[in-house]
Design a protein around this ligand. Structure first.
Ligand code: DX5
Ligand code: ZN
Length: 216
C-alpha cells in the first residue's frame, strides 16, 4: 500500500521574527505538517533554532511537528524535543553516536523516528536501521541552507530506497528535502517519495494552492 502524499513546509524559509505566522500560513492551506530544521553549526555550517522555539510554536498550532536534527550529538537532545511537543524526530546517520538506541528511544517516547542521509552518503549506511524508522529523509541538497538547487543524482537513490521498502515489506515514509518545488517534487514522487519538504518554493509561491496541486 502506498503512503498518501504529504507536503511539509520548512519554516527555515519563514520570517524568523514571526514564525507563528509562518505556521498559520501552512495550516491555512490545509496542510498538516511543518518541517523544523535544527542546526548546530558543527554538523552543518549554519545555526537555526532549538527546543524552546518549538515549545513556543506548539502553543500556536496543532500541526504535526516534523523535526530534522542536523546535529553531531542528537542523542543528547531527544528529551528536550519530545518535551517541546514534537511528533517526529529525524536524526542523521553520518555522526558517531548510538543510533539504534536513539531511534528506539524516540519511538519509546511516543514519537515517530526518522533516519536521514546526506547526498554523498551511500544507502548501505542506513540499511541497518530501516526496521527501526517511520521516515527515511533523503537529502536532495547538502544540508545547512535553504534555497539550494535540487541534485538530480538523488533520484536513483530514492528509487533504490523505495525498492528496498518493497522488498522488506516496510511502510516508512520516503521524505525528500532540499530544492523541492513544483517541478522537482513530482519527479521525486515518480521515483517513490511520498513526503515533500519545501521551504523557499512554498513560501515564495504566490498561488500556494496551485503550487500544492503539483504534489497531489
Ligand atoms: C536544509 C534543510 C531544508 C531546507 C529546505 O539543510 O534541511 O529543510 O530548509 O529548503 P529549500 O526548500 O529552500 O531547499
Ligand atoms: Zn530539513
Amino acid at each position: 500500500m502506498k503512503n498518501t502524499p504529504i507536503v511539509a513546509p520548512s519554516i527555515l524559509a519563514g520570517n524568523h521574527a514571526h514564525l507563528a505566522e509562518s505556521e498559520a500560513v501552512i495550516a491555512e492551506h490545509g496542510l498538516a505538517w511543518v518541517h523544523l530544521d535544527i542546526m548546530d553549526g558543527h554538523f552543518v555550517p549554519n545555526l537555526s533554532f532549538g527546543p524552546q522555539t518549538l515549545k513556543d510554536l506548539r502553543a500556536y498550532s496543532g500541526l504535526y511537528f516534523d523535526t530534522h536534527l542536523m546535529l553531531d550529538n542528537p542523542d543528547k537532545y531527544i528529551d528536550a524535543f519530545i518535551d517541546a511537543g514534537t511528533n517526529s524526530i529525524t536524526i542523521h546517520v553520518e555522526p558517531d553516536f548510538p543510533k539504534e538506541a536513539t531511534l528506539k528511544k524516540i519511538r519509546k517516547q511516543g514519537a515517530h523516528a526518522g533516519i536521514s542521509l546526506k547526498p554523498k552518503t551511500p544507502i548501505s549506511a542506513i540499511e541497518p536501521y530501516l526496521e527501526l524508522v517511520d521516515i527515511v529523509l533523503v537529502m536532495t541538497v547538502e544540508p545547512g541552507f535553504g534555497g539550494q538547487a535540487f541534485e538530480d543524482a538523488m533520484l536513483p537513490k530514492i528509487e533504490a530506497i523505495d525498492q528496498m521498502r518493497r522488498t522488506r515489506d516496510l511502510t516508512f515514509r520516503i521524505e525528500v528535502d532540499g530544492g523541492i518545488d513544483e517541478h522537482t517534487g513530482p519527479r521525486c514522487k515518480a521515483a517513490g517519495a511520498d513526503t515533500f519538504v519545501t521551504g523557499t518554493a512554498f513560501f515564495r509561491a504566490k498561488d500556494k494552492d496551485a503550487f500544492l496541486q503539483a504534489f497531489a
